[in-house]
Write a protein that binds this ligand. Sequence first.
Ligand code: IMP
Ligand code: MG
Length: 197
Amino acid sequence: MALAEIRYTQNQIHDRVHDLAAELCTNLEGQRPLLVSVLKGSVIFLADLVRHMGQIGMDVDVDFMSISAYGAESEPSGVVRIVKDLEQPLDGRHVIVVEDIVDTGLSVSYLLRALTARNPRTLRVCALIDKAVRRITDLEVDYAGFICEEFLIGYGLDFQGRYRNLPCLIAVKDVAAVAIEPGALERLFEKGHGCNE
Ligand code: IMP
Ligand code: MG
């Protein structure tokens, strides 16, 4: 079994992010939304998303937040700490939380509760990947790039901090093997690994 395989190519990501941007621009026409990027996984997605929105003709603000889960990652508790907070107030703003992946939904649910208390006019979630079947909260993603349940790396998504700068989204088929030998995926960086096929 191959350790990993390309799940979404650069071209597929480009087209899907463009469509998401178009949908956001249609729904927020005449507004200047505030896009809240949750560090670090969503920064590459955010960078492409806002450029597509700019090309379509929408002005946006961006701000950044960083959260970290309490306790072991294998046992999500839903208790999340804000490590870096926003610099802008949310009162009266149309706010879009931009996430890399919504998995159990615990982190974004916590975030939405915290941000709701700041009186935004609207508050929506835009995620590159929606692992809908793994949800243990009633959170719904308003704008989802791809629905997928595999473990993904690349395009901002990491495995133990690595592989964020791969230009496409790669599914790791054997996460346990990669955990034992973290360098096992290094060949993905070899020339012509097919991110654009
Ligand atoms: P949850 O929705 O609270 O369970 O947490 C989602 C977070 O877990 C994401 O923002 C990612 O940081 C991380 N995560 C979940 N699935 C993956 C994956 O397939 N690749 C990389 N990170 C993931
Ligand atoms: Mg994250």
